[in-house]
Design a protein around this ligand. Structure first.
Ligand code: ATP
Ligand code: MG
Length: 429
């Protein structure tokens, strides 16, 4: 028997009853980013594999085991993007828009692909809104990114459920000195480390700090601390960031173990975490990557950015029941017409109304039907009002106007007056 067709595990359809919430979320973020002066950029979903190896780092979880990599018909190795920063850097370099110190404040939205174990809040195709700023090296812009997300949590009604974790990884020089000290310490305790950490000790020692293994965590208690190795400049940068967050009143906790999964971070790293989603608690994460552009072949160009996981944030809105009432209703007015003549008049009338009220959500009944069935559809659509065109209305060139959610009797409105009347009773988005 043939197997029924199915979506790939970890890659989800977003069904019509879910899209209003997605669009509300995405619209809220887009408006906020517009208001802060960020511009959208759109990159391809597929890039040369080499791009991700060079930017994300060969010995990261993403590159080692999570990428969707394949050969195309030319024999080129291509990869479905696992994140947005690499492609964004490639794009700004390719188009020369960060040259000569030009500041770019960019954001993007779209699907990302990682071959992980699917579970709640963790998927193989997931969606991010990400943001990158180029050619600003001060803590003021790091602060702006965090302030902006703080405002977003406020607008979405989830501020009380998220917590900001902060750390500084220093410059690559100070991080190098710290790495040496850490490796020396961990090597002395090699036997007590879990297998994964033993491997990371060789490939990417900072990632040992990230371990979930209790025995390794115990070893880490007395390990050298990055904070003691920070160079003066990184220290001043970090203090500058904290002072700005304090000035705006944004609480944070310092987490010296926060190193982030990607290789390219320097100085500031941060995560917004929640305990409302179970194990998948990071909803937004980012940091500074002053060395990345140069590492990818450009002139030295400071950069800082973050990405938030849309699935996790939508889940949070659902879990915390922060779903605005008005997004559920997608129809304002539903027009029912009975008989062929009324149907034609109804179509023309609907277009006239739409000309005058471009934001009105007016649905015209399709598929004809009895009075009863059309009314049922009108009610089910969620519309506030039904418009009725039958023989009587046609004769008098009026339309029946019937409130569907209580409030008032049916009345007759002249065709010429309909748009003006609707304008007074439907609040238009
Ligand atoms: P995690 O520690 O949860 O694996 P990460 O450090 O790999 O996250 P980033 O690469 O920083 O995540 O991506 C930024 C955000 O994108 C995450 O904070 C999360 O909200 C979201 N995200 C990352 N991977 C997934 C996934 N597989 N499914 C859903 N959302 C994800
Ligand atoms: Mg991950």
């Amino acid at each position: 028997m043939s197997k029924s067709l199915q979506a790939i595990r970890g890659m989800n359809d977003i069904l019509p009853e879910q899209t209003p919430l997605w669009r509300y979320f995405e619209g809220t973020v887009a408006r906020l980013l517009d208001n802060y002066g960020y511009k959208q950029i759109r990159m391809p979903i597929v890039e040369f594999t080499e791009l991700f190896k060079r930017s994300i780092g060969e010995v990261t979880d993403i590159v080692e085991k999570e990428m969707y990599t394949f050969e195309d018909r030319n024999g080129d190795s291509l990869t479905l993007r696992p994140e947005g920063t690499a492609a964004c850097v490639r794009a700004v370099l390719e188009h020369g828009i960060t040259g000569g110190g030009q500041v770019q404040k960019l954001w993007y939205i779209g699907p990302m692909f990682r071959h992980e174990r699917p579970q709640k809040g963790r998927y193989r195709q997931f969606h991010q809104i990400g943001l990158e700023v180029f050619n600003l090296d001060g803590p003021d812009i790091d602060a702006e990114l965090i302030i902006m997300t703080w405002r977003l949590w406020g607008e979405l009604g989830i501020r009380d459920a998220v917590k900001l974790e902060l750390n500084s990884l220093g410059t690559s020089e100070s991080r190098g000195r710290y790495r040496e000290a850490l490796v020396e310490y961990l090597s002395a305790h090699h036997d007590k480390l879990d297998e994964d950490s033993q491997r990371r000790l060789k490939t990417n020692p900072l990632r040992v700090l990230d371990t979930k293994n209790a025995d390794t965590q115990a070893v880490l208690v007395d390990a050298p601390k990055m904070a003691d190795y920070l160079d003066d400049e990184s220290r001043a940068h970090f203090e500058g960031l904290k002072a700005r967050l304090d000035a705006v009143g944004i609480p944070y906790v310092l987490n010296p173990k926060l190193v982030r999964g990607l290789d390219y971070y320097s100085k500031t790293v941060f995560e917004w975490v929640t305990d409302k989603l179970g194990a998948q608690g990071t909803v937004c994460a980012g940091g500074r990557y002053d060395g990345l552009v140069e590492q990818m072949g450009g002139k030295p160009t400071p950069g800082v950015g973050f990405a938030m996981g849309i699935e996790r944030l939508v889940l949070m809105l659902e879990t915390l029941e922060q779903i605005p009432q008005e997004i559920a209703r997608q129809v304002d007015v539903y027009l029912c017409a009975f008989g062929e003549e009324a149907e034609l008049a109804g179509l023309a009338l609907a277009e006239r109304v739409r000309n005058e009220l471009p934001n009105l959500r007016l649905q015209v009944n399709a598929g004809a039907g009895s009075f009863k069935s059309q009314f049922k559809k009108a009610d089910k659509s969620g519309a506030l009002y039904a418009l009725i065109l039958g023989d009587d209305e046609m004769a008098q060139q009026v339309v029946g106007f019937k409130p569907l959610r209580g409030q008032g009797e049916q009345q007759s409105i002249a065709w010429d007056a309909l748009a003006a009347h609707l304008a007074t009773c439907v609040v238009q988005g």
